[in-house]
Write a protein that binds this ligand. Structure first.
Ligand code: M6R
Length: 614
């Protein structure tokens, strides 16, 4: 939610900042803005809408300068308009700030500042902070970094901020709490700051991930210094980025989402590479190895997540319960954190998150940790907040996911959960050797089978054309295909704005069946497996009410083909692995329908990729 980027060095900042904003636009696209220091002035340009609007607006303005901050916004406090766009100036316009997060006590501070004569030009919580910094500087006579530190001592909430002042053009001050911030250390005594590493990667691979309540003071003479909020100096921990620049480009595809759907054979392979061997018969997740014993003794696993990641957890529930015989509860992180949940000794809490920054998931984990649980993470973004607060975890290695709609992140999360469940089942002896080896071999075969499914793209495009004008859609599945139905419905609604619901197929007759008429498309996962016949009966129930059936079936199926209006075949696989294949036609379907409806596939309205507010 909101992307921030900043530069201090010798190069022209503006092109670096704009490119950075374009990379971070997935975090919000309500407005964009930039503040640049040049010739003793801070030039501020901001515009409602996407970065492209800002570029158009600033094209004949003075955009020179080697110190600058820039922001792309996902609105929380105040409408998405020019006025509320960041950066924000302090009262005397000597200080500019960008902010990702929410200042929770902003109204109290605002009232105090108003009494002291500050005039607010926006409805944002952020503006409070910049006035407060100016106020402290004036009253205490301290330098910028100290004023920022003192101001932050007075705020509650979440923030990643960058602050510059025209009175100190050699310095950039940044800080974080619960919102991410990375400092890139350039090769030419220059510094790049951003919400994630994507704007930094082409300039340097040396980065420092700020921790909560840390302040980074970047100075052209003194370099990077890090302090705690209590003003203790800390030694920066410099890490090397492994991200590849190509991963951030569309690579010839029209949209990131389509590219990411097509990357899945590779991303799933990257996810299990080096972690399993079906010939030697082993699976190992290095990140959680030291917790294996605790896993084998655990009576309960609680999985916390939001959105698509929550759906992956539901698939994980089937895997862990069936293979490793451990009771699993899957919780919406936002509900879990406010419910005073019961955590017992030995409970393991696993957070699943693509970004590793989702505010509710992070808070749920913190709560579980405070109650004594072992907390583990399954994240995609390396160095993210969740990956750093957990006791241990496994990365999904799916590579950067830029499209707001999750696709490859979901299949990678399911792959890691499968590996985890298999390794614990093996340790516990709840899986036979032959079943274990068969599943490993099946998992190794999944990337090639995903490639097969991707070949149905043209067929799916034709099916999409038939249903692109639907107002509603139902998605049905049983067993671990129920989460696939939920995920299919989420994909359709979030990018094409068609109302869609996912249901366990048998639940349909307890209400949703009333919706079915000859215009209602019903997407069903009807693959081989123990519940196949039951799903066939559910399809009959839809047909009897003249609903349109679009079924995902196992290659060679004849029974459903006779009943369905359209079928999409996927290769046969172990029933536990069906979600990895069955989800792909639904991703493609949503993609094509959204394109046909003229929707912005990669940046759907009102959404942001990384939800760092609750
Ligand atoms: O980064 P996370 O996986 O924690 O994000 C959770 C949800 O916001 C996310 O899965 C969202 O539902 C998807 N982008 C939707 O496609």
């Amino acid at each position: 939610m909101c992307g921030i980027v900043a530069y201090l060095g010798k190069k022209e900042a503006y092109p670096i900042l704009i490119k950075g904003l374009e990379r971070l636009e997935y975090r919000g696209y309500d407005s964009a803005g930039v503040a640049l220091f040049n010739n003793g002035n801070l030039n501020l340009y901001k515009k409602q809408g996407k970065v492209a609007n800002l570029v158009e607006f600033a094209k004949d303005k003075d955009t020179s300068g080697s110190l600058g901050i820039a922001h792309t916004r996902w609105a929380t406090h105040g409408e998405p308009n020019d006025r509320n766009a960041h950066p924000h100036f302090s009262g005397n316009e000597s200080i500019a700030i960008i902010h990702n997060g929410i200042i929770e006590n902003y109204d109290v501070l605002k009232e105090e500042l108003k009494k002291r004569g500050y005039v607010f030009k926006s409805d944002t919580d952020t503006e409070v902070l910049v006035h407060l910094i100016e106020d402290i500087q004036k009253s205490e006579g301290v330098k910028l970094s100290e004023a920022v530190r003192m101001a932050l001592m007075n705020v509650t909430g979440a923030y990643a901020i960058c602050v510059i002042s025209k009175d100190d053009p050699n310095t950039l001050v940044a800080a974080r709490k619960s919102s991410p911030l990375v400092v890139g250390i350039g090769r030419e005594n220059d510094f790049y700051l951003a919400s994630d590493a994507t704007p930094i990667i082409e300039y340097t691979n040396k980065v420092v991930y700020l921790d909560d309540e840390e302040i980074a003071v970047v100075n052209l003479e003194k370099g990077l210094k890090i302090y705690s909020l209590q003003d203790e100096e800390k030694t920066p921990y410099v890490q090397e980025l492994e991200m590849q620049l190509e991963a951030l480009e569309k690579g010839g595809y029209e949209h990131f989402m389509l590219k990411e759907i097509h990357e899945q054979p590779r991303s799933i392979n990257d996810c299990f590479r080096g972690r399993l061997n079906s010939v030697e018969g082993w699976v190992e997740l290095g990140g959680i190895k030291e917790f294996e014993k605790k896993f084998t003794k655990a009576k309960r696993i609680v999985m916390v997540a939001c959105g698509t990641s929550w759906h992956a957890c539901l698939v994980g529930e089937y895997l862990f319960e069936d293979l490793a015989r451990i009771n699993v509860e899957v919780e919406y992180a936002s509900e879990f954190r406010y419910r005073n949940p019961i955590i017992e000794e030995g409970d393991i809490v696993i957070a699943v998150s693509q970004s590793g920054e989702t505010a509710d998931t992070l808070a749920a984990l913190e709560l579980a940790k405070s109650k004594g649980a072992i907390i583990l993470g399954i994240c995609n973004v390396v160095g993210s907040s969740i990956s750093r607060i957990t006791h241990a975890g496994s990365y999904t290695h799916a590579g950067p996911e830029i499209g707001v709609a999750s696709t490859k992140a979901f299949t990678a999360q399911v792959t890691v959960l499968t590996l985890m469940a298999l390794s614990i089942a093996k340790k516990k002896g709840t899986i036979s050797e032959s079943k274990f080896r068969t599943m490993l071999a099946e998992l190794e075969a999944i990337p090639a089978k995903v490639s097969e499914v991707l070949k149905t793209n043209d067929l799916i495009e034709k099916i999409s054309a038939q249903y692109k004008d639907a107002s509603n859609a139902l998605y049905l599945g049983r067993g671990s295909s129920f989460p696939v139905a939920l995920e299919g419905a989420l994909k359709l609604k979030e990018i094409s704005y068609i109302h869609a619901e996912g249901y366990p197929a048998a639940e349909m007759k307890h209400g949703p069946i009333a919706l079915i008429d000859d215009e209602m498309p019903v997407f069903v996962v009807a693959t081989e497996g123990p519940s196949y016949e039951k799903v066939v009966s559910n399809i009959q129930e839809v047909k009897a009410r003249k609903g349109k059936i679009i079924a995902v079936v196992t290659e060679g199926d004849t029974q459903v083909r006779e009943m369905a209006d359209s079928v999409i075949e996927i290769p046969a696989t172990d029933e536990h692995l069906v979600p990895l294949l069955a989800t792909i036609p639904f991703q493609l379907l949503s993609y094509h329908i959204a394109v046909m409806r003229g929707c912005n596939v990669d940046q759907p309205r009102n959404l942001a990729k990384s939800v760092t507010v609750e």
